[in-house]
Design a protein around this ligand. Sequence first.
Ligand code: NAD
Length: 371
Amino acid sequence: MNLKQEEIEIADYEKVVKFTDADSGLTAIIAVHNTDLGPGLGGTRIYPYKKFEDALTDVLRLSKGMTYKAGMAQVGLGGAKSVIIADPKTEKTPELLHAFGEAVNTFHGTYICAEDVGCTPEDIEIILQKTKYACGVHNLRGSGNPSAYTAWGTFLGIKSALMHLENHTSLEGKTFAIQGVGSVGRRLIELLFWEGAQLIISDIDDAAVARCAHQYAAKVAAPDEILYVDCDILAPCALGGVFNEETIPNLRCKAIAGAANNQLLNESDADLLSKRGILYAPDFVINAGGLINVMHELSPDGYQAPRAREMTKKIYQQLIDIFEIAKQKKISTHQAAVSIVDHRLEHGIGKRSEELFFRFAPIEPSHALTS
Ligand code: NAD
């Protein structure tokens, strides 16, 4: 291993470092946005970015989003994220993940990595062979797949939106459009199905969308149509940047409440949604369930699912409050949520008071998968 690092100066970010290792082929960026309330915990996205600048833009946006997600959820954590520029299907090797683990070590615990798009809990087990600063594993003391918590938090957020708009939380007969039937999307679809919702779903993976449509009696929309179908609630569960000057004028939903990160292309797009009278559940509030679940793995007394569940439940009331503040102050819901977290960051409200406990390192090689 021949790990090289190069710090990239970015205003308002605590530390951004590019790592390369010629032996394993690693090119990665770790971005720590803010650790005022605790160490920065954020997933490692493994993606074949076409240009280094694209990867940098993504990691900066995602790490800042984590600061706001953690600050809102009051988990005593900061905001950070990492990206590895590689195709997870063909270029992910144990050597690459080991080199990345060494890169994580250089942050001495101000950055803790976890799974994300392209990075599985099995990959985290391999990273844990080189660093203790990683979490989100499947073993009997781990927190498992975060998607169930993310989907459930999103489901509760949908109920908050209905309560705000219609003063009830019944999903019976309401129409939902869900973009993306991946790990979170399909779990959300199942929760909606059991409550009698009408479903319109879409994915670029034809087989996955056909399976879901059959199982949950959903209609299918083409990927370029799903944002524009007539529905009560639109739930983006695939990509970032879906709401922008081009898409917003053509939306036909009453509210947006979905799990995708960085849904707004620009912060000003929140105002465009407000002007159109579309209620927006800020992404970093509604999709915090996964973060809440994974951080419980680092509790000194061990992961306990009921605690993660009870904390995730708070998303419902947080959104009710945010919707009300936005209405009273005549500001966007995004701005209302950002202001709450900015106030907490300024005054250290929710700052971590007890040490995190890193119980899984070094993991025995036999516990980890080799592919
Ligand atoms: P995933 O990769 O399992 O699923 C994403 C799905 O979106 C895939 O099925 C993919 O084919 C589909 N997709 C991609 N482009 C599409 C398009 N143009 N139209 C329709 N479908 C498209 O990811 P996931 O874990 O389900 O996460 C979904 C979103 O939620 C991501 O934005 C992720 O960052 C965010 N998120 C996930 C979690 C979590 O716990 N997994 C937590 C917080 C936020």
